[in-house]
Design a protein around this ligand. Structure first.
Ligand SMILES: Cc1cc2nc3c(=O)[nH]c(=O)nc-3n(C[C@H](O)[C@H](O)[C@H](O)COP(=O)(O)O)c2cc1C
Length: 435
């Protein structure tokens, strides 16, 4: 491990927890699902623990089985920004379902309101097209091709104001220097954006850019644009391979590999003791066993398995190899499918095990169960083995939030692995050490 590396931690506040069954636990505050105070307390505890940023994934489908409290991310993070002062606020927003001008404006507004703490997790999305009149969803490669143009348009809008454009000269009656605000006049195959943006340059200039998408095309997209990658890496060795490959791609695009942080999801059941963690995980598994198998299997087919119909298969046997589509034929969550496909090819996982894993770990993330010390050990191991620069931590159940902020992070601090102060004022400075 080089001396320069330091662990980056991001906390995903996804309602009652990521496990589909988490709402059934007796102490889950399910009745307060839309209560801002509930999440503010977690955000403030995360800030007290010096966690780098809050994070919110986004999807535009409706699930009646999984009431996760998916707020619209900009509204949610703006509310949390108002109740915190140091921690980052990262939204997930799709290049497929929003216009570039609105996106540039929303992210810049969040950056102003949070005083330089905003991040945008760029996704191309794999579902939801029927809500936007964009049915059928453009194929995987086309979504990324559009996203390239899209991000160029958004960056051009952010650059349409110089930082010193607003001069506020009361005597002379000049509010803004017009020579420092330019039309964007961005034209590409899919987008045409006149500009300039209707809000001053954001405090970070280009707000912090996350990216989620780990296929070959997704990696290159992230390697060109992102400050951090959210990826799904359940296996340590595969995580190391991904880490090495991705850092190599960042260098290939002429960037410093240290300027892109690789942050796999950590979908954990963590409690003070191993016994408590096993007890919570056991209860979640019991709920899952009693839950509607059809619904869970369908969800797996859609969210992780390329939309393939597996209804005729014996759940307790591995999926036959002739039922596996080629990776490049999957148009939705391609990298997720590739990861599950490897597990089928290894012959170790039955259909039921895959579906249950998907159910617990929100489609295929690393999902360790254990005490604070055990989870800290595993975080340390993966960080030091260069399988990750840090993690997007997502507790599977509601109680996990405070175990993470009040016990897990202090344990990592005691080990000298995690910061005990924020380095600066903006999210990029805090994560990368420079603006
Ligand atoms: C770890 C991870 C998290 C993702 N989170 C979201 C999300 O919150 N919302 C969304 O619309 N898409 C999300 N995506 C999906 C991708 O943006 C999109 O489906 C993409 O086409 C699949 O990319 P890939 O095959 O390159 O992984 C996520 C993808 C990954 C890998």
């Amino acid at each position: 491990m080089s001396d320069k590396r330091s662990l980056v931690l991001v906390l995903q506040i996804l309602g009652l927890g990521t496990n589909y069954q988490s709402w059934r636990l007796p102490d889950s505050p399910a009745e307060r699902l839309y209560d801002l105070d509930l999440y503010s307390e977690i955000a403030q505890a995360a800030e007290a623990a010096k966690i780098h940023s809050l994070f919110l994934s986004d999807g535009v489908g409706t699930s009646l089985e999984r009431p996760m409290g998916l707020f619209e991310p900009f509204t949610f993070q703006t509310a949390l920004a108002a109740r915190t002062s140091k921690i980052g606020v990262v939204v997930t927003a799709s290049t497929t379902f929003n216009a570039p001008f609105n996106m540039a404006r929303l992210v810049a507004s969040l950056d102003h309101l949070s005083k330089g703490r905003a991040g945008w997790n760029i996704v191309t999305s794999s579902a939801g097209e029927k809500n936007f009149g964009t049915d059928p969803l453009p194929p995987h490669e086309e979504r990324y091709a559009r996203a390239e143009e899209y991000v160029s348009a958004v960056k051009a809008l952010w650059d349409s104001w110089d930082a010193d454009a607003r001069i506020i000269d009361r005597e002379a009656g000049v509010f803004v220097d017009p020579s420092k605000v330019r039309r964007t006049n961005f034209v590409s195959e899919h987008y045409s954006v006149e500009g300039p943006l209707n809000i001053d340059r954001a405090p970070q200039g280009t707000p912090f850019l996350f990216q989620a998408g780990s296929s070959t095309t997704g990696v290159d997209f992230g390697a060109r644009h992102a400050d951090a990658i959210f990826t799904s890496q359940p296996d340590l060795q595969e995580g190391q391979e991904f880490y090495k490959y991705m850092k190599g791609r960042v260098a290939a695009f002429g960037r410093n590999p240290d300027d892109l942080k690789i942050l796999p999801g950590l979908y954990t059941v963590v409690e003070r003791t191993e016994e408590e963690a096993r007890d919570t995980a056991g209860r979640l598994a019991e709920f899952a066993a009693a839950a509607d198998w059809e619904g869970m299997r369908k969800n797996f087919e859609g969210s992780g398995f390329g939309g393939v119909d597996l209804s005729d298969l014996d759940p307790d046997k591995p999926i036959p190899l002739d039922r596996l589509p080629e990776v490049d034929d999957v148009q939705g969550r391609r990298s997720r499918y590739e990861m599950y496909r490897r597990r089928v090819l290894s012959g170790e996982w039955t259909l039921r095990e895959l579906v249950e894993h998907n159910n617990a770990a929100a489609s295929g993330h690393w999902d360790p169960i254990g005490s604070v010390e055990q989870i800290a050990d595993q975080i340390q191991e993966r960080f030091e083995a260069e399988a990750a620069d840090g993690f997007v931590i997502c507790p599977q159940h509601f109680g996990g939030y405070r175990v993470i902020t009040d016990h897990l992070v202090p344990e990592l601090q005691r080990r000298g692995l995690f910061q005990t102060e924020y380095a600066g004022d903006t999210l990029r400075f805090n994560v990368l050490g420079h603006s």
